[in-house]
Each structure stands twice: as C-alpha cells, then as structure tokens.
Design a protein around this ligand. Structure first.
Ligand code: FAD
Length: 413
C-alpha cells in the first residue's frame, strides 16, 4: 500500500460511488475514505421518483452492499458531514470536529432542491424529493392522499405525477412556464408530452403561479393565480442548486457549481476534483461550461477522476445522455441541444414513438425520443463515433435505418 494521505471523497452518491469503485478497479492502493452526510449506503436516485416507495431499508436502490466497500478497503463514514476544507493543510473538517488529511480530494456533493418560496411550504403534507427518506415520506403520503398537486412540470414532477395517478389520485401539475420541461426538451416534444400526460388523466396547468399553500395542521389547498386546488399532498420539484458551498468557502472558483478543467480538476487547486451534479465543466459537446444533472454524467465523471488519480487518464468528454420514465412515457435524450438548433420531428412506426432530432449548422447534435429506445441507441452510437449526420440524410428515414444502411455500406467496401 502506498503511504500517501490517500483520497478523500465528499458525498456518498452516484458520482462518489463511481469514483471509489473505479479507483480500486484501476489498481489504486492508497487509503480511500468517503464522507457521506446521509446515513444510507450509497444509492441511486432515479428509482425514487418512478414508483411509490415503502421499502424502509432502501436495499433495492443501493449501488452495492456493505461488503463491496469492506472487500475493497474503502472507509465509508456515513452520516458524517464535512463542514470545511483547509486547502493549505490539505485537510477536511467534519461536523464533529474530526480532521482528515488528503493527497487528492474529490467533491461529489451533488445538488439540493430549490426551496418553494411561498407561505405554507413548511406545512405537513408538502414534500420535495431528493433523498431516500423523502421518497419514503412521499410513498407513505400516497397511500391516503386522493388529491395531489405537483408544483413544477420538470422531470421529477412529471414522474411523480404519474406515480400518483397509478395510485388512483387526482393529480394536477402546476407549472409557472408556458410549457412543461421548458428548458430541458425541445418545444416540439413539450406539446407531445403534455398531450400524453393529459391523456393519462393528469391535469396540467401551465403559465400558472402558486401563491400559497394553506391548511391548519397539514396541507388542505394550494392557491394559484388561476384558482384554488384541493390538496392532500403537495410535491414540488422546481429545480436544484449545486452544493458548492464548501468549495466557495475554501476560496475555490465557483460559478453555479465548482469550476473545473477538462480533467475535472478545480481550476483553483489541481489536488481537488469535482464530479457529478456539483461540477461545472468544459465539454467537447457544449459551447462554454456546463453543469449536468444525470446519472451518466455522475458515473462517467466519477470514473474519469478515479482513473486519473490511479494513473491512467484522458480528458473528460463522455457523450451526455439521460432518461426519464413518466408512467408509460419513456423520454430519452442524447447530446446537448441549444435553443437555436433546428429541430426535426420524426415519427416512429407506431403512434407512441416519436423523435426530435436537433441540428446545428445542418449537423445532428442531439436527439430526444419518446418510447423509442432503438432510435435513442442509434443516435448514441452515431454521436459517440462523431459520425456526421446531416439534416438531408434524414429525409424520410430514421437514425436507426440510417445507421443500418451505413453499416451495410461499410461491410460492402
Ligand atoms: C428523484 C430523482 C430522480 C432522478 N432521476 C433521474 C433519471 O431518471 N435519470 C438520470 O439520468 N438522472 C436522474 N436523476 C439525477 C441523478 O440522480 C443525479 O444527477 C445523480 O445522483 C448525481 O450524482 P452525484 O453523486 O453528483 O450527487 P448525489 O447522488 O446527489 O450525491 C451527493 C451526496 O453528497 C452528500 N453530501 C453533500 N454535501 C456533503 C457534505 N458536506 N458532507 C458529506 N456529504 C455531503 C449528499 O447528502 C448526497 O447524498 C434523478 C435525481 C433525483 C433526485
């Protein structure tokens, strides 16, 4: 074993798990310590919003059992919050005052939910969803709530709306913007998504502001600028902010996320890396710096930093992709679209399947699909290999068909 102070990882989520498992898989044999504020073994968040949870142990969402860490000599310090970084002494300080030195520090602190800034948001029966404990509280509330109001028509809100519908509740989604998922997907797909949610029985109110949540002991109704909605449960998902305060307080560059270079090292201190939801990074598929909130991003960035610290590395540049399961609706996104891209809607071979292909300067840069995994996978393969796809290539065809035709042509030559 090497005698250095080792690697300290702050955060016990998807990115932290990926970093420490990759470190060991890549042969790093120094000390590895993970500080995780939550008391649970590292777990995946996506399942939390896709069904109602009643499993108090969270075993089914764990990324690995306890033995995984023991066998790899990874010290998990669960329920221990890091409250300060001393970058001069290369030490982290925990809430209990303990200090631990590091040779490399990895910030994997994730993001926190944006609070709902209206009176009554603190009432019983009003929930946000980020952690396993939040999911369990919502799962319990869904066993009795008949009227559910979802504030925010983003991914988590729409997933939860479908979970509540599946439990038989009457569900209203209240969204301030004029469209659902207004920043995340192309306007062409937003209309389709709305239609599909409405068809499943979810009431959608866009362009609607929530003014207050009312009730005595617990929530009774939600007051909006378009009237009052009865509510036995309110769930809100109005975006997240990166947990970058440790970095900021330590004097590292922060700009809505810890600013890192193409190796995911803090631009202020090369011994500190940031990965996952808390990192703002340059990306070959983006103009300028981006901060992404996805499992792909957290996993690939954690792995990239794990490999670099273990001694083998290339700059980070994985193709971004994402999914969201909203009841029967499977939304998948690959690439990074910008608002000025040209979008072409391509129907699939059944009415449920639809794709929105985004082009920049005539060249394919991103693809959003509804209930069409094969088209998503074809897009991933083409974009990963950087195979140029021009808007004219797609006249009357799909990416799947195009990829097959190109493969056949390669075989012939
Ligand atoms: C409900 C939900 C559903 C989602 N669904 C999808 C999906 O379908 N598809 C998809 O691609 N992505 C999805 N995501 C996003 C995805 O889960 C995140 O992008 C991913 O978890 C980010 O990983 P991370 O390690 O950066 O952060 P996290 O997984 O959030 O982990 C960060 C951890 O760090 C801990 N921490 C923070 N500060 C400290 C500190 N000072 N000391 C100690 N510990 C600290 C936090 O408590 C937290 O446990 C979803 C997210 C949520 C919340």
């Amino acid at each position: 074993m090497t005698s250095d102070a080792g690697v300290v990882v702050i955060g016990g989520g998807q990115a932290a798990f990926s970093a420490v498992s990759t470190l060991r898989a890549s042969g790093y044999d120094g000390p590895v310590t993970v500080f995780a504020a939550e008391p649970h073994l590292p777990y995946q968040r996506p399942p939390l919003s896709k069904k109602a949870h009643t499993d108090p142990d969270g075993v089914r969402v764990q990324l690995a059992p306890e033995s995984f860490y023991r066998e790899r000599d990874i010290a998990l310090r669960l329920g221990e919050d890091v409250v300060a970084l001393d970058t001069a002494a290369r030490t982290v300080v925990t809430a209990s005052g303990a200090r631990l030195p590091y040779a490399h520090l990895v910030l994997a602190t994730g993001a926190r939910n944006r609070p709902l800034p209206v009176p009554g948001a603190e009432l019983d029966g009003v929930h946000a969803l980020r952690s396993l404990d939040d999911a369990l509280a919502i799962g319990r509330a869904l066993t009795t709530a008949r009227e559910v109001v979802v504030v925010g028509g983003g991914f988590i809100g729409l997933e939860l709306a479908q979970v509540a519908r599946a439990r038989g509740a009457r569900v209203t989604v209240v969204e301030l913007a004029d469209r659902l998922l207004s920043r995340a997907v192309s306007p062409q797909l937003q209309e389709q998504l709305r239609e599909r949610h409405e068809r499943s029985g979810v009431r959608v109110l866009t362009g609607t502001a929530v003014h207050a949540i009312e009730g005595t002991d617990r929530v009774r109704q939600v007051v909006t600028d378009r009237g009052t909605l009865p509510a036995g449960l309110v769930v809100y998902g109005i975006g997240a902010v990166p947990r970058d305060e440790l970095a900021r307080d330590a004097g590292l560059a922060v700009d809505d996320g810890v600013v890192v270079d193409e190796w995911l090292r803090s631009v202020s201190d090369p011994r500190i890396s940031a990965v996952g939801d808390c990192a703002r990074h340059p990306h070959p598929h983006a103009e300028g710096l981006v901060r992404l909130e996805s499992v792909q991003n957290a996993t690939d960035q954690g792995a990239s930093v794990g490999r670099r610290i273990a001694g083998t590395s290339t700059p980070y540049g994985s193709l971004p992709w994402f999914w969201s399961d909203q009841g029967d609706i499977k939304l998948q996104i690959v690439g990074l679209r910008s608002p000025s891209d040209e979008v072409l809607l391509v129907p699939g071979d059944s009415p449920e399947r639809l794709a929105a292909h985004a082009f920049r300067d005539g060249r394919l840069v991103a693809v959003e699909t509804l209930n069409w995994p094969a088209e998503h996978l074809a897009a991933r393969r083409l974009l990963e290999r950087r195979t140029p796809v021009h808007v004219d290539d797609l006249a009357g065809t799909t990416l799947g068909a195009l990829a097959r035709a190109r493969r056949a042509a390669e075989v012939r030559t």
